[in-house]
Design a protein around this ligand. Sequence first.
Ligand code: GAP
Length: 448
Amino acid sequence: MAAESKSTDVSEVRMEDLVSLCARRGLIFQASEVYGGINGFWDYGPLGVELKNNLKSLWWQKVVRERDDVEGLDSTIICHPRTWEASGHVEHFSDPMVDCRACKKRFRADQLDDAGRCDSREGSSEHDFTEARSFNLMLRTSLGASEDAASEAYLRAETCQSIFTDFKRVREASRQKIPFGIAQVGKAFRNEINPRNFTFRSREFEQAELEFFVHPSERESWFEKWLELRMAFHAELGFDPARIRTRPHEADELAHYANAAADVEYHFPFGWQEIEGVHDRGDWDLSRHSEFAGKDLGITDEETKERYVPMVVETSMGVDRTVLALLCNAYRVESLEGGETRNVLRLHPALAPLKAAVLPLSKKLGEPARAIAARLRRDWNVFYDESGNIGRRYRRQDEVGTPLCITYDFDSETDAKVTVRERDSMAQDRVAIDALPAFLRERLEGAE
Ligand code: GAP
């Protein structure tokens, strides 16, 4: 196979290009698109769902499966409404909001720099803002046939509250002792005043949360330890170290439940922004649920007989935000020799939605090429494509991050070998068909 010309230039990511790539290739696009979309809601298409699932399984693998001190949970999105009174969300989970009296748009009072111009005022393009007032971000729904106050419930604003209310049950069932954690991945909902920056601030999103219960004397050391472990996780995903950092919270930005907190931030095209929070929640949640539910959620140390309420160190990763950061981190528009350009997603192989594509050089070679794809699909998500010239087929795989393209050509019929082309270097190897599973395993799974 003719080798491709090497890339010579790497350009900065432009958000609009990435958003358009995501829509065009069915990674992520507006929810309810045929109705004009719905602000703050996004759908993940065939390749997007693979990417997101890969991130969630890596997280589950590292945080739950590889540790004997963490248990998993899958709890409901709607919890008893008292949960949210006890957690403090009904009272405190608000953003300051202002309205423009002229154009009627709503803004977060702490983000007015991004409000733009008012297009409804005569003689001025400035907005005519009301005083700021508090807007609760919990999304409400009602249960059962009646719609009175007694039937009101909330969609969870964070996944962790059930971890606290289920704490006693999970601890007893799993026979865990302090320190140990409970982890959960799932949907959360916030009625954000101004959803923006693609999926970054959505109204429906996913969190991967761990609540780690510790003795009060160990809260600081576990906070440091989990922050370190989380940064190691992000490093393994392949983030550019210059674009990821931790930032401790100032006292005046701490959430109502947090004694200390640090954000993991990524440098997006729209600036440094949080993708994950690590929080020292103290005994806030267990104590409040003990009080509101009238059930003691404290524990007794079997050896010392000490009775205490465990302290909680939380790690809360936004799945959608991390996917977005990974896409920004991986996306390149590269100039090739000869004036051509290619879009590439340089995703870690473990995250790539497709691991390989099998491409027969001619449709006449379809049968043996399909047999190769079928064999490899037992182990990996493999795509088969026989339409268009080979260069165009490579480009289609590059822009969705497929690490390897396997081309079956006329020589394959006699030498029983195929050409395997690597996404980033575009280097090509001739590999025996029988050796393909071992070759892929080494390239996809051996590569850290
Ligand atoms: N249980 C703690 C908690 O929910 P948080 O800092 O409010 O803490 C944790 O949220 C993570 O959830 C954030 O770091 C972010 O990645 C994600 N997240 C929060 N609000 C979001 C939104 N509106 N859209 C997308 N992701 C969001």
